[in-house]
Design a protein around this ligand. Sequence first.
Ligand code: ATP
Ligand code: MG
Length: 138
Amino acid sequence: MRRLPKLPGTLFERHEITVEADIFRARQTVGRAMDALEAKVIRKTRLVTAVSEIFRNGLIYGGGAVVIIHCDEDDRMVWIDCRDTGPGIVDMELALSDGYTSGGGLGRGLGGAKRLSDEFEIVSEPGVGTQVRLAGRA
Ligand SMILES: Nc1ncnc2c1ncn2[C@@H]1O[C@H](COP(=O)(O)OP(=O)(O)OP(=O)(O)O)[C@@H](O)[C@H]1O
Ligand SMILES: [Mg+2]
């Protein structure tokens, strides 16, 4: 699978998401990373909401995920990579469109996360996995 280039900034924390409670811990950490950059509450809330959707997808569809959180103090950005080795996404355009779900959800997670982020990129290969990268400006 094509891998995205190295994340900007420096490592803040790394999390493994294997159970529901891990989603909460990882999203808290994203919030703390935004706090470290003295982010406005609205910006922090947007990014935390976006990553929650991505982490949940990683758990539900990816069967678990590894999350890397970076802080870029120069750009005042928090970057997040969420990688899984699940079944991947065959039709990316369809998956990103609002209302499409393969799992009985609302189908709004990916589109919503993209709209809430300042940077958003996703690469996936069927049978190999999915990598979602997003960032929010503090
Ligand atoms: N990490 C992933 N691995 C494989 N498929 C994924 C992954 N993330 C998303 N998908 C696919 O993309 C679809 C759309 O995802 P999206 O998050 O937008 O909606 P949803 O999870 O189905 O519903 P919800 O609105 O509750 O998030 C999913 O139903 C699933 O088929
Ligand atoms: Mg979802």
